[in-house]
Design a protein. Sequence first.
Length: 139
Amino acid sequence: MKKGTVLNAEISSVISRLGHTDTLVVGDAGLPVPQQTTRIDMALTHGVPSFMQVLEVVTAEMQVEAAILASEIQQHNPQLHETVLKSLEQLQQHQGNTIDVRYISHEQFKKQTADSQAVIRSGECSPYANIILCAGVTF
């Protein structure tokens, strides 16, 4: 049995194949996934697993250099926005690097998911609970 933090075979596989600047998306239950992009569906029911649960597991295994959020999260889901920023701050301290946080429109965000290695779908049902994680290097 795998000893690492991620037991889901698809998530573990996609993280292990990431190269510098490759992207991985963690999204809510409603984020559209482009046909050509790998979908890893974790959603069981409304809210399960939550966006933050999935994000925290993924970032425990992945070296993150940057994060991209839809600018609309700031107005339409401020509580989750603050939680995400705090989580990224903690991740910075753990990784020992600065994580650049950028904002783009939700429309741009949806288009940019097509370039990601995969979209991991959570059961989250709150607005704009999506993030694009940009892979860093550990050296």
